[in-house]
Design a binder for this molecule. Sequence first.
Ligand SMILES: Nc1nc2c(ncn2[C@@H]2O[C@H](COP(=O)(O)OP(=O)(O)OP(=O)(O)O)[C@@H](O)[C@H]2O)c(=O)[nH]1
Length: 640
Amino acid sequence: MVTIINKIWSFNSSAYNIRIFSRRSFRRAYGTNIDDKSIDISRIRNFSIVAHVDHGKSTLADRLLELTGVIKPGNETSQVLDQLQVERERGITVKAVTASLNYKYNKKDYLLNLIDTPGHVDFSNEVVRSVKACQGVIFLVDANEGVQAQSVAVHSLAKRNNLVIIPTLNKVDLPRADPENTKAQLKSLFNIAPDTVLSISAKKGWGVKELLEAVITRIPPPNVDLNEHFRATIIDTWHDKYRGVLCLAYIESGSIQVGQTVKWRSDLKQQTLKYLALLRPSEEPIEKAVAGQVVMVGCGPKGGGSVGDELLSLASAETTKVASAPTVKHMVYAGIFPADQSQHTQLSDAIKKLALNDSAVSVSIDSSPALGQGWRIGFLGLLHLDVFTQRLLQEHKAEAILTAPSVPYKIKVMGAKTIKQFKGEEAIITNPLQLPDPNNIVEYYEPFVIGTIITPVEYIGAVNTLCVDRRGTPRPSSAVDEKMMMLQYILPLSEVVVDFHDTLKGLTSGFASFDYQDYGFHPSSLVRMDILINGVLVDELTTIVHTSRLEYNARNMTAKLKEMIPRQMVQVAIQAVVSGKVYSRETLKAYRKDVTAKLYGGDVTRRKKLLKQQADGKKKMRSVANIKIPRNTFIDVLKR
Ligand SMILES: Nc1nc2c(ncn2[C@@H]2O[C@H](COP(=O)(O)OP(=O)(O)OP(=O)(O)O)[C@@H](O)[C@H]2O)c(=O)[nH]1
């Protein structure tokens, strides 16, 4: 089984090929002495590159690696930091990756920790985590496309975290690039002074040296204290076959050495620090690290570590356990089931390992009469879901069946104590099957988002129609420049997650960009819609529907089921029902499929083979009221 870590290792040097980093070479790396606690923090810079998707972050990272001698120049398209197969295939960054770079400026050695972050909204938690270890960001904007929806989001993230922002225009080599207009956009939207904006071509390497020097001169060193007790925050984790959990840690105070006993903040468990390395981005073992650095740490095969947890020195005064789980709000949930129940253990193992590397997912046990034992997984969005399943297959060789995604809802219940699964008055429902009797529900709440759309002015009408159709409420809009508008809508998440982005792109010939941020749960008129097959309730097909969509969804669902369920020996009635009232009904006429019809003569073995195939096929069916329904129906029917 190829694990994720094998992927990382194929790049991060080999587990068997660790070069012991001597004190001398450490000194050479820093130009300082490691023993005197005087590693010059004033010469450390932790920074990240943030931008809208495809504005050139990974390409710029490559140029920075070249400039600092990590890779050889000349390969314009290497994208060294995009290590995962899925990243290379899709051309997107999914994981934030770190590279510690050395650079000489004004005859002094600097240690620059670069964190390459994903651009897509579904991976924004990776961006949020990376900026926690940074003091500044390179805010990259494509001079050809101008400011896009996600530029707005990452800029406000950097502002919220009080980071120094280095505004930078990229792709100025393109003939249609319009740096002056893009600078004017930056001024009007973010009040960025045009004379502070740098211009580069990451592809050609133009202006990259000046940018790297701006990182040194404009971004402050980390504000940390070497003399305090050791404390480090975990910003990423992954699994190594031989060395257990490895973590990327930002040292907030003090210093740490290999062999030192440390404790985890989450459970106060004591462990010995076994691995300590710089990621350049290939691993370079070191003996000691100090406050301000971003390093890889590991406590051996039985070692712990999860994102958001803290590693502390024993002397630290912390004696209380603290939950380490970072608050991630999941936007969509889907069931994941093994293609065959015999693969349950393998899939379980793969999900565990992948979830360690992708801390944004939430995993809980799920089961379904049709699909067997499986998991309900929370994701940040549909691309995240897609990438997760692709990584399961590519990195863990685990094939999974995925149910249609749904968003979480909140309900307020009456007599909570009498309903088994409810502890309090309010509950988050991640699976429609968790809904109690509607008579017990006092109020339904639906998750909403604030959607930001940047679109050419000629498409405003079409965008507005789309948003209103998706139950959106407009907020004040603002002009980006003469040709582009920034529109904002409050939208129900359920209307956004499935195909909003694609529809928007289609309507605007690909020119509009979209990003969203959480707007919390708000009361909504929702109902639970059940599907009955010959009068019997099919649990897996229960959905939560907005009342304005009820008639449409009921008709759509029954019509689709009629198409998907094979005709049977008896007539099949398919009904969509809400609180006992039938909203739509379809009837499937009786029919018997004779699989041996095409056979002439008496070839017994052939006839037996066909009947066996038919019987095997039936095993993959879920039987409801003696009606056989193919497993795929449960997945396909819920797709839009
Ligand atoms: N002409 C030109 N193309 C560039 C430049 N910088 C990046 N590109 C191209 O733009 C595309 C996107 O670049 P990436 O570096 O993958 O962008 P990214 O921001 O890392 O993308 P995500 O990881 O998906 O967010 C690639 O085809 C690059 O070759 C540039 O300065 N000039």
